[in-house]
Ligand binder design. Sequence first.
Ligand code: 5GP
Length: 126
Amino acid sequence: MPIDATQPYDDQNIFAKILRGEIPSTKVYEDDWAYAFEDINPQADIHTLVIPRGAYVSWDDFSAKAPDAEIGGFIRAVGEVARMKGLVEPGYRLLANIGQHGGQEVPHLHVHIFGGKPLGPMLIAR
Ligand code: 5GP
């Protein structure tokens, strides 16, 4: 069920538990601003998630409320993970689902990094 992206942050969400180490994850990268790990149900050959350490429900919440340093740190971390995965030369796709129409399932901001082969059309046909 997609979430309501306007809800208050719930620190019991699954990615908050992953950040606290309460649930295992396959770590790809971490720094002061972000944590990256493999998606449990990959939709492409490479499917990595990058999340901010801060408590933000969605891209909307993050872009409205996060300090500039946190936004910069998070965006740099997304780029770093893509470089670590060797995705720059072949190309890749970033995706952030927001709320109901975006199909967001987990109420902690996450950017999907997809790659490893041509990814096809951006969206399903209308
Ligand atoms: P959303 O639809 O919210 O943009 O994407 C949520 C993503 O989180 C999905 O791709 C799903 O497979 C992934 N996911 C959900 N629960 C877990 C989990 O416990 N561990 C990991 N590694 N990924 C998860």
